[in-house]
Structures are given as C-alpha cells and as structure tokens.
Design a binder for this molecule. Sequence first.
Ligand SMILES: Nc1nc2c(ncn2[C@@H]2O[C@H](COP(=O)(O)OP(=O)(O)OP(=O)(O)O)[C@@H](O)[C@H]2O)c(=O)[nH]1
Ligand SMILES: [Mg+2]
Length: 399
Amino acid sequence: MLQIMVRAWLESQWRPAYSQIHSCLLQKQVKNWHRSLSITNTKHSKSQRRSCKANISEKKLSRYFVDHRKVHVIGGKGGDGIACFLSEPRKEFGGPSGGDGGDGGHIIFKVDQQVKSLAYLHPFYRGFSGEKGGSKNCYGSAGKHRYIKVPVGTIVKEGSNLIADLNHHGEEYVAVYGGAGGKGNRFFLANDNRAPTTATLGEPGQERFLHLELKTVAHAGMIGFPNAGKSSLLRAISRAKPAVAPYPFTTLNPHVGIVHYEDYEQIAVVDIPGIIKGAHEDRGLGLAFLRHIERCCFLLFVLDLSVADPWAQLEALKYELEQYKVGLSKIPHAIVANKFDLPESKNNLFLLKEQVKQRVIPLSALTGENLEALLLHLRELYDDYLKAEKEQARKPMKW
Ligand SMILES: Nc1nc2c(ncn2[C@@H]2O[C@H](COP(=O)(O)OP(=O)(O)OP(=O)(O)O)[C@@H](O)[C@H]2O)c(=O)[nH]1
Ligand SMILES: [Mg+2]
C-alpha cells in the first residue's frame, strides 16, 4: 500500500514529458525508497543474493595444497614422582605417601576426511606432560593425547622406511608415545626399608622426525599432456571446478571430482597437472604429481585429437609413468580422445585407431559429445575393480 502511495506521489511530481527519460531512474528511486521503508523486503532481497564461493586461483591453491611435510614430534614428558611422608594428628609417622607422576600424552595422527591437505600441519609438536604426583599417595593426572588431523591417503615415513599408511576416515597412528610417569616414594616401601626417600623423575617422551606425504585417494586418475582437456573433462563429468584455459600448465594442483551414478555409486576422478616428454628429467612440472595417481585403481589417458600423431602422446605418457614407477602404465586404463568436435580430429581418430589396439573413446569435453560412452566405460572399470577386491576379500574404496 505504502509502495503504491509513494509511486503515485512520485508520478504526480514528474510530468509525462520526462517520463520516458526518467522512467528507469524513477523505478530505481521507488525501489530504493521502498527498500528503506520496508524491512521484510530488505531481508528478502538479501536472501535473494546468490551466495556462491569465489573460485580460488591455482596459484593461491598451491599455497593451501601441500602434499608433503616434515614434522618433528616429541611425546609428553611423564610427571615426576614425589617423596613425602604422612604426618597427621594421631598418625604422626604415617609412612611414605609420595604419589606417582602421570604419564605423558601421546601424539596421534588421525585421518579426517574434511582435511584435504597437509598445509595446516606445524613443523613441530610436543605432547602434553603428565602432572607430578602429590602427597597422600595422590597420583598425578596423565597428559592428554594430542590428535593431529591428516587427510585420507597420508603416508608416514621415517627416513626411507614407510611406517604408516592412513587410508580410511578415523584411522589413527600413534606417532610418538608419552614418557612414563615417575614413581613416588610410596612405591619403594619395602620390609627392609620402611621410610624410603627415593622418588624417580618422569621419563621424557619419545622423539621422532617424520615425513608425511599425501597421496590423493581416487578411483580414476586422469593423465595427459598440458592442454589436452583434462580439466574440461572433469568439469563435464563432475561438479569439480578446476580452472580451464588455452595455455599449458593451467592446473598446478590435483583436483578431485565425483561422478554420480543412478544407483548411488560414486566414482572419484583426479585431474593432475599435465605431463610432458622428459618429465622424469624434471621438465615441465616433473613427475612429483604422479604420487597422486599411484593409488588409483584405473587410469584415463586423455589425448588431444586435434594435434598430429596423438598416439605419440600416449606412448610418451606411458613411458613417463614407467620411469616413475615400473608397472604403473599397465594398471587398467581407458584411452580418451578429446576435442572430437574439431574438424582435424576426424582424420586423427582414424589414424589413432589404426595405431592403438585398445578401445579408444572419442569425445568432446567442450560440447559434451559422446560423454555417456566414457561414463559407461568408467563404470565398467569400477565394477571390475569391486569384483577384484571382493575376490581378494579386501574392502573396496568407496566414496
Ligand atoms: N574444441 C575443443 N576444445 C577443448 C575441448 N576440451 C578442452 N578444450 C580447450 O582446450 C584448452 C585446454 O583445456 P584444459 O581443460 O585447461 O586442459 P588441461 O589438460 O587441463 O590443461 P593443463 O591444466 O594445462 O594440463 C581450453 O581452452 C579448453 O577450452 C574440446 O573437447 N574441444
Ligand atoms: Mg587442467
């Protein structure tokens, strides 16, 4: 009602000659008046605003995404035992009554699926110490255990020895034990020594220098040359939003996307930065990122059909994988020929099929052409993986 009155008043003020020029302005004014006058509508207009998260740039993301860290950990020190004697009315010589110190707290790595990187880990952790013992045989309380959250897929190494492989949410690994608490003089009471004055100190906690590495856990890993369209493909089949641009090395960090199927099965696909010929000699971004596909159950080789000799890309990729880890290129895989929408791709596909014996899936991540074939093949690979795990009585990785 108020709005109508305001509008009528404004319209009476302004002559129709100006109305065309000022109609926009007028509407804005009315809107603003209306906003300042109506509280409920202001609230409503705020809620209409889209609250979408701004994408973090790849360079910024590199700061947050840390996949290896050196950590120095020391367990909590045990509390000291004390030496004292009880003496109270009617019990003047009550005997030794020094209590034991509490044990120091451990430091425990605990897997949390909400944590995605090792960036939040500090270089040094010290466990909580136990309290020292008290008089009247009171024991000191033990130090609390300190939990450090790590992402799924973290491996813990000491020197070159692998000591823990943390793969499931909630899994724990005791990195260092806290020291044992010292003994109070009550502990040393014996028949031949009725008044011991000995009490021992708490032991220091265990100390270790550990190296944590994150190996992203996903079912499928996408491998390809820079600009082959890996990120575009991940955007097309999942809700992940890796950056896409027409220059090489757009992707600088691994990105995981989840492909959903009608029967609620979910397949995790990881897109890692592009690999070039000679990456094992540290060319391009090197092979360090291959640690993120080491655990993948199957691979997707993404080839760019618009370049001449796309099979040379495939051979180079397989060679680089073998240089990183023998046998890595032989795990189950699919060959995806991207950019099928481009005119030169038709002929290249024909030549590629002649060179490669395996099935090639031509598709276009840009137009979405033939994506269903990839999704179906991905599911076949996933079902084979489930079957193999079942036969070996192992728990398959589920998302
Ligand atoms: N015509 C056409 N262009 C595509 C297709 N897929 C990707 N592109 C383009 O290719 C360029 C590179 O795509 P990206 O998805 O960033 O490639 P990438 O493999 O992730 O590259 P890096 O992150 O550098 O390794 C972009 O300009 C895309 O628009 C496709 O199917 N057809
Ligand atoms: Mg990319």
